[in-house]
Design a protein around this ligand. Structure first.
Ligand code: GUN
Length: 309
């Protein structure tokens, strides 16, 4: 039987890559078609405003990709850059201006922020109707209740990926490693929802989990979102598991022109041969995060017209 470890019986476990490039392209095409339609109907162009504070290399790269992706789907985008030394009040003022700008549909403040700024305060200032990152307590509350809302982009991207590949989730044991507000906690809630993808039995593991390996070995689906490069090893994964790698850590690598390599939370070479499906890094979840952000921004724009109707 495929994937089952029976003595003396050869088994074959074909692994399929969950291709973020392919799926994000397909999501972007849908977003572009809907954007073209809005324009054709004489409605407004979706507009994302991104705020970048300081010069964090990774944040610069992510925000540049987000702005470029807006262009690709026909959105308008504004990039507001601030010095690392900006005060919390100055940042609040900038966000309030965007809240009051009728043309702006979605606001994104790239995290992390410098130490003098309280991230919670900043997230709470963004108007919930423009909270395309889905981090505002109103968005999170609605998500927990299963109401329509903005879903945080990375978990939303994971759902879109599972959906694209028609991966069975109902009744499966999903183990989420990591409990961040951005990924671990929301994906654990979403996978337990009574919908598709969802209906999983979910276990959330974190830095204080004592028997992590035993729990992972029971998982049909593993979402690794702890931010430790190559943490998930082959001996922690059962045959045929679906593995979603959320890690994107820059690791020094003198052989690269940039001086670093991007590593996921999964030891891909060891784990992949055991999986039914696995996301690569790069080329997996990261691209889906951006696609999901575009979906949320489109929804923010479309909702304006639904409210008027
Ligand atoms: N930093 C890491 N991931 C994210 C994200 O999804 N949104 C924002 N705004 N910042 C991030």
């Amino acid at each position: 039987m495929q994937g089952e470890n029976q003595p003396g019986v050869a088994y074959f476990c074909p692994m399929q890559l969950l291709d973020g490039k392919l799926v994000s392209r397909s999501v972007k095409e849908k977003v572009k078609d809907k954007t073209d339609l809005l324009k054709k109907e004489g409605k407004k162009t979706p507009h994302l405003a991104a705020i970048l504070v300081g010069n964090n290399g990774a944040s610069e790269t992510y925000v540049a990709s987000k702005v470029k992706s807006c262009e690709e789907v026909g959105f308008k985008s504004s990039l507001l850059r601030f010095e690392e030394t900006i005060s919390e009040q100055e940042l609040i003022n900038a966000i309030e201006k965007l809240n009051n700008d009728e043309d702006v549909d979605g606001i994104l403040v790239q995290l992390p922020l410098p130490k003098q700024i309280n991230e919670e305060t900043i997230i709470n200032i963004i108007h919930p109707d423009k909270d395309v990152d889905g981090f505002h307590p109103v968005s999170i509350g609605k998500m927990v209740q299963g109401l329509p809302t903005f879903i945080p982009a990375t978990p939303y991207g994971i759902l879109l990926m599972l959906e694209h590949y028609k991966i069975e989730t109902a009744g499966k044991h999903a183990v989420v490693i990591g409990r961040s507000n951005i990924v671990g906690r929301p994906i654990s809630i979403l996978l337990s929802r009574n919908s598709y993808p969802g209906n999983c039995t979910v276990t959330v593991c974190h830095s204080k989990t004592s028997n992590l390996k035993e729990i992972c070995l029971q998982a049909d689906i593993i979402v690794a979102a702890l931010g430790i490069p190559e943490f998930l090893k082959a001996d922690m994964v059962k045959e045929n598991a679906v593995v979603v790698d959320v890690g994107i850590t820059r690791v020094a690598d003198a052989s690269k022109k940039s001086g670093f390599a991007i590593k996921g939370d999964v030891d891909f070479a060891g784990v992949a041969p055991k999986c039914s499906y696995i996301t690569p890094v790069p080329g997996g979840v990261g691209l889906m995060t951006i696609a999901a952000l575009l979906m949320n921004t489109l929804m923010a724009c479309e909702t304006k017209y639904k409210k008027q109707a």
